[in-house]
Write a protein that binds this ligand. Sequence first.
Ligand code: GAP
Length: 482
Amino acid sequence: MSVQQENRFQAIISHAKEYGFVFPSSEIYDGLSAVYDYGPNGSELKKNIRDYWWKSMTQMHENIVGIDAAIFMHPTIWKASGHVDNFSDPMIDNKDSKKRYRVDHLIEAHAEKLAMEGKKEEEYALLKTMDELLAKEDYAGLKQLIEDNKITCSVSETSNWTDIRQFNLMFSTQIGAVAGEAETIYLRPETAQGIFVNFLNVQKTARLKIPFGIAQVGKAFRNEIVARQFIFRMREFEQMEMQFFIRPGTQKEWYEFWKEERLKWHLSLGIPKEKYQYHPHTKLAHYADAALDIEYEFPIGFKEVEGIHSRTDFDLSSHQKYSGKKLTYFDNEINQHYVPYVIETSIGLDRMFLLILSHSYDEEIITKEDGSKDSRVVMHIPEKLAPIKLAVLPLVKKDGLPEIARSIIAGCKPYFKCFYEEKDAIGKRYRRQDAIGTPFCVTVDHQTKEDNTVTLRYRDSMEQERIHIDAIKDKLLLRLLF
Ligand code: GAP
């Protein structure tokens, strides 16, 4: 990461805290590593992202329905899904500092350093060799690669490394009230399994025909080792996943469909296309026959925000085997019973939140009419997602202006979130709304009393226009519509 990128990332983190978007968890007890809380503006923004995804899946697609499965699930599910045996990452410890690293992250951080020194070819060669060794699960080769490149620990600055070992990322806990009778269960590391085990319940009750999808939003937990990139990699996070059930043999076309469809969803928020790229996987997860990441250019570089996975019939077949229950579908168009194949789209809600912060945060220098300079911090949050949509500001606290402002809010608040403020000069109040990304401000002044018009001010252009009070709600609703 360049100094400039690092500074921008730090500025976003500070801004998120100062304006009530994201707080470190348990802060008065010095925090809890890689766990975060969302404040008043953050919880609104997060909810709006969740709703935007949910609506795009379950309302805009007639053949996708939602569920809300429990976090606690039968422990055999994680055996069947492969997570007990395979959900681990290769780790290496530095013997001097005792610090543990995920091997790919350690090597990638070194590759980034090479890139910053202008050694592009060395960077490329290092990452290529790493990908090949990871695909072969050649841990001795990976350790050799770390040693050959003289990669050191950031704490001890030595290259005194242990051998590489696998480390399971699932959290476990106990269920059952009586000591000794307790059973170990896992906090789900992905929401997808709640969809697979409910596949037939949903298909039958919603009377769905293949192809169809089941969508879910919920918490997932992973004991991440390298967890120091703000909300990019957390130990408790939220996923928005959709499993699309299809006829075997059609997976390639549906994989292409969802790859395009999901990118379109991102672009529908007005985020520039050049900020995105596809990254096909070389090392496939245990359940996939094809997979790619949709990557976004965060201040920390291009990183995964969403995964598209062709999961074959791995999960349903495996649950069929472990549960002893049939999980087949009768396709009356071809008169056949089969275990459906699945294309999965999986996006991290917190990571999408960070994407929106990264896209939106801007420190602008403004040239005023008289030629003098001013500055503002503005969050260009997509209008539909903004925590507050409309701020209504009486120019002064008297002469009946607050009452008019309150009546505007009363008319608009059933439709979108509004905010009232009368303290400080109007310019200062505009700046505070810019900093939390409020797209529209309405100012009530003395002219309002004469002709029922107000000033509507747009956050991004800072342009202002005079409109009738009765036009406010519909004008905004048109822009905020899905
Ligand atoms: N069901 C498939 C699955 O879980 P994944 O690539 O491991 O696939 C999907 O995760 C998405 O979940 C990622 O693209 C990312 O956005 C989000 N995610 C994964 N681990 C995360 C973490 N530790 N913190 C925040 N988001 C995470």
